[in-house]
Write a protein that binds this ligand. Structure first.
Ligand code: NCD
Length: 310
């Protein structure tokens, strides 16, 4: 296994499958009354979140705890980062306490990679700016595999604010690695620049017409409109975005009835996804959350069990 998990590029197809196999075992632990395994007893994992998070942070925390690691949470608000301490000083400080694993979310693309060069601890990227979010991509692919069987040849549509999305950047890599045929859909203003060249070399399709893509999709992943990363007007009005690119009640009817609907959360209900779609029988949104714990247990297990304490 790789030493750190910074990007989906760190993983081979075989390693992804290995993570999924362990995650399936961890999933069984989730259903037990006593949810504890001794695998990481004596290990310390720090969750450092310099951006807001509900599910990623709590699922890393639960994952570490169910593996019996000691888990400590640090967020930018309430830490010395808000007093002007540099990222390097903050991570070196916590690592000087004897930390084995560092799970980091940071608004700067490349932050996790940079941190991995400063510390001896194993680093897991929990989202770096608009760059990558590898555990999200793993849990999404794992959720889809459980629903659809193999992803080989399956049509997956990734729809929404692609420009600002690390979930998309990790997701498209992971899904294509596993053999899915991915089509990405966004309004022109939210399509990353250079997408044509990238899609040609990486082997995915680009489309601007959601109504053309939806009926063929075996699964659809809706992404959040990330207003906090937008400085200007990317679309005329929320209503116009929904009309062109939202998974509305009308569009739900175009989807195959067994095609899973995914969303990494947090959802803007009524903007990129209608309540009818989010709560539909074919929605996989809560399965994604539950898979998130299993995947993060598996990742922490593979990276930290058997690792020598630095
Ligand atoms: C995503 C993130 O933070 O990158 N959410 C998540 O991890 N569940 C996507 C988003 O914020 O829209």
């Amino acid at each position: 296994m790789t030493r750190h998990l910074l990007s989906i590029d760190d993983l081979s197809v075989e390693q992804i499958q290995e993570i999924f196999e362990t995650a399936a075992e961890m999933h069984d632990v989730q259903r037990r009354e006593v949810k504890k395994l001794p695998a990481l007893r004596g290990r310390t994992v720090i969750n450092m979140f310099f951006e807001d998070s509900t599910r990623t942070r709590s699922s890393f925390e639960i994952a570490g705890k169910w593996l019996s690691a000691d888990v400590i949470n640090i967020s930018a608000k309430g830490s010395s980062a808000s007093k002007g301490e540099s990222l390097r000083d903050t991570v070196l400080t916590v690592c000087a306490m004897g930390v084995d694993g560092l799970v980091i979310r940071h608004p700067a693309s490349g932050a996790a990679q940079q941190v991995s060069e400063w510390v001896d601890a194993v680093v897991v990227n929990a989202g770096d700016g608009m760059h990558e979010h590898p555990t999200q991509a793993l849990l999404d692919a794992y959720t889809l595999e459980r629903r659809l069987g193999s992803l080989e040849g399956r049509q997956v549509a990734i729809v929404g604010d692609l420009t600002h999305s690390r979930v998309f950047r990790s997701g498209v890599k992971c899904l294509t690695k596993l053999g899915a045929e991915v089509t990405v859909v966004a309004p022109p203003t939210l399509m990353p620049s250079g997408i044509d060249e990238w899609s040609r070399t990486a082997g995915f399709e680009v489309n601007y017409d959601l109504d053309e893509v939806l009926p063929k999709a075996d699964a659809v992943m809706m992404l959040r409109v990330q207003k906090e990363r937008m400085s200007g007007g990317y679309f005329p009005s929320p209503r116009e975005y929904t009309v062109g690119y939202g998974l509305t009640r009308e569009r739900l009817a175009q989807l195959k009835p067994d095609a899973p609907i995914c969303h990494p959360g947090p959802m803007n209900r009524g903007l990129e996804i209608a309540a009818d779609a989010a709560d539909a029988a074919q929605s996989a949104v809560l399965e994604q959350v539950s898979a998130g714990v299993a995947i993060r247990m598996s990742v922490l297990y593979h990276l930290l069990a058997g690792e020598e304490t630095p």
